[in-house]
Design a protein around this ligand. Sequence first.
Ligand code: AMP
Length: 298
Amino acid sequence: MSLLVFQSVQEIKNHLPGLKSLGKTIGFVPTMGALHEGHASLLRAARRENDIVVLSIFVNPTQFGANEDLTKYPRTLEKDLEIARSAGVDIAFVPTPEEVFPKGWRSYIEIEELSSVLCGKFRPGHFRGVATVVYRLFQITIPTRAYFGRKDLQQVLVLKRMVQDLGLPVTVLSCKTLTDPDGLAMSSRNLFLSSEERKTSLVIPRALDSVVEKFHLGVVDHLDLIAKAKVEMAKESELKMQYLEIRSLPNLEKVGSKLVGPAAVFFAGFVGNTRLIDNRILISDSLGGDSAIDSFIF
Ligand code: AMP
């Protein structure tokens, strides 16, 4: 089936429920566009595992704070649709804000605690906006499975909690973070980095990898694990760190002085005017290592 591009909820409603009642499975990948290989990997996973693949491209105003980059967020629709075609997407849903949140919309979803730490602390209201739009998009696209990237690990955890608490009939799956050859996690916002800023940004994967390395050498002392990473990051005057923190999985609780159980190290900060995030999962080999990730993020 060639790519269908729908802009209205009605077009989707004319199409998807009929297919679902025929027993077709729907794989859904929500995005804000400016697609890159990381997004494409989610689309390919959805393609492998479902009969119908739906992509949404929607720069969600409710997840941006007043001083954030909503109006500047990159928009590359034609290229996005090309990527969607090559990944075998069936339907691209590209709505206007009014289509997703009709005039008079007053309902929001709050996931307590998970939403107020890490990025939630620095972006108040962000996860309320994310959860609400994802809930709304689930309502529109009635997915069997929905795919998210672990680059936004906190987002995955918030959404898994929402699906579990509200008993939504969808399986949330997470896919590994794709990086560029220089090690930087792919992100739509990387388009904003100058070549100097890009070089500065490379301290992020280096520092996070140093935490993983220590962890696999058997270090469990919390401060010791992140000490080197903090020093490396502090050397980069162009990097303005918001946080570098280890938190438990899946509830994002603070960890004590010693790491016990599954956890992840999370980073967020600005390089110039561009906000970047990344993380590494820390699961000891005795708990199954990286192959056990899925069992610990739910
Ligand atoms: P965004 O368009 O930034 O909202 O991202 C849409 C989805 O793509 C989210 O589930 C992200 O976690 C995921 N994603 C973004 N960057 C990457 C990446 N480098 N690797 C894998 N998934 C990603």
